[in-house]
Design a protein around this ligand. Structure first.
Ligand code: IMP
Length: 434
């Protein structure tokens, strides 16, 4: 089956983020009319390389780099207006056209405020070593907490009502100032007038982009336009299904809830996974390789955070964790990324079970204590020596590469559709029949 026959597609990560979703979306986007981001915010970092130009996208959907594509930041995302406007400006400076005709933001999305960013940083600083999440410090958790708590969440639509916004910011500032003083002994206070003026100005600049995203998206779907739902982070960072509490605060797997469309809106789900595993921030990671193997993967794969620059933790492919993620997300196809990074390794390991205490388990446990304790049970596969970055056909890949890909596909019980053998757009193998 060809891309153009796949219908509306959701692209989501099956690991702890950074799987290479940005490249996959950029590759597929020529077959789509719309790209919709449905969760997360400025914590995300999607890297797209075009003609050796590297773009790091955070809040803006990856479709902006293609002419004629409508990009929507939907209601399930949280919007940091200062960061979003900065991102828009820097993309414009690099020649990317961005206006209300190709970028829309949901008026139902929640806004990130300075108190969210401060709480993210202070709470992480104050937490005991074992309790630190290792967040991106972008205020994501506190913003989603205020959204769920309902009393202090402020949405994009409120930027257009100056009197109401002023009142809400005044009340919120009073509460947050008292909270920060009492809980964190923080003397610095938020100035409600200054923040109101700043956010009203943001509102003016964002007004051309604001829309009722569910109306726009569902309307486009009804017109037969093809939509690509762009996931952020990964299934193992999902607030409901990930390695809680070492997760992000959004539902990374549920495109329908975040985008405001029925679940039947996507005909196919493309699960993206790297040929190994990485994780930024804290939390359990059974197949982590702290020594030489991890260093080789990090250096060869350029495994440093797009948003924070932090070195990523690296390790072997975890088929237990990824199969669990696949069960949650139901991918119809897989994209296996960064295979070239593994070239030159004599042998490769894939985790197929965990030894926890005296038991071997093949399912992904809920509690992080079991995961911290889990000793991976590996299958060892032969590596390959030559570079594969120039290969464009599956049948021309070394036997060992094909065997590795087929092994992962079998463990996840899902056909592979895309294989990435390098960062550039054309360093990709498409298996159209799958
Ligand atoms: P937060 O989303 O900033 O609250 O961070 C919570 C956890 O999710 C931390 O471990 C972050 O490193 C991780 N995280 C958030 N966004 C991304 C991403 O885009 N890629 C990889 N990890 C992420």
């Amino acid at each position: 089956m060809r891309h153009k026959d796949l219908g509306n597609t959701c692209v989501l990560g099956l690991q702890w983020g950074d799987e290479g979703k940005g490249k996959v979306v950029d590759l597929l986007v020529e077959h789509f009319d719309v790209v919709a981001r449905y969760a997360g915010g400025a914590n995300a970092g999607h890297t797209v390389v075009i003609d050796s130009d590297r773009f790091a996208l955070h809040q803006v959907p990856s479709g902006v780099l293609r002419e004629g594509v409508m990009n929507i930041i939907a209601s399930g995302a949280v919007i940091d207006p200062a960061a979003l406007l900065g991102e828009i400006e820097s993309l414009r400076q690099r020649g990317v056209r961005l206006d209300g005709d190709n970028l829309r933001i949901s008026d139902r999305a929640h806004l990130v405020f300075p108190w969210h960013r401060r709480e993210d940083v202070i709470a992480e600083g104050a937490a005991r070593a074992g309790d630190k999440i290792g967040t991106t410090a972008r205020g994501i958790g506190p913003c989603y907490a205020d959204k769920a708590g309902r009393r202090w969440g402020i949405r994009v639509c409120e930027l257009c009502r100056p009197a109401g916004l002023r009142e809400r910011i005044l009340a919120t500032c009073a509460y947050k100032n008292a909270l920060f003083r009492a809980v964190y002994e923080c003397r610095e206070t938020f100035d409600a007038n200054a923040i109101t003026a700043e956010y009203l100005a943001f509102g003016e600049q964002l007004r051309p982009f604001m829309c009722d995203a569910t109306a726009v998206l569902n309307g486009l779907i009804r017109q037969g336009k093809r939509v690509l739902f762009e996931g952020a982070q990964g299934a193992l960072l999902d607030v409901d299904h990930g390695t809680y509490p070492f997760v992000t605060s959004s539902s990374t797997t549920n495109f329908a809830a975040g985008a405001g469309v029925p679940a039947s809106a996507a005909n196919s789900i493309l699960g993206v996974a790297k040929a190994y595993t990485t994780r930024v921030g804290r939390g359990p990671f059974p197949t982590e390789q702290a020594g030489e193997v991890g260093d080789i993967i990090r250096e060869r794969g350029g495994e440093y955070g797009t948003t924070t620059g932090r070195p990523r933790r690296c390790g072997w492919f975890d088929a237990v964790a990824t199969a669990y993620a696949a069960r949650v997300c139901g991918p119809t196809h897989l994209a296996i990324m960064h295979l070239d990074t593994l070239s030159g390794m004599r042998e490769l390991r894939v985790c197929v079970g965990y030894r926890i205490g005296k038991k071997i388990v093949n399912d992904f446990p809920a509690d992080v204590y079991s995961l911290e304790e889990a000793e991976p049970v590996y299958e060892t596969l032969p590596g390959w020596s030559g570079e594969i970055g120039d290969c464009r056909e599956f049948s021309k890949l070394p036997d060992e590469v094909r065997r590795y890909v087929e092994f992962i596909s079998a463990r996840l019980e899902t056909p592979v559709r895309i294989i990435s053998v390098g960062p550039a757009r054309d360093q990709t193998i498409i298996l159209e029949d799958n």
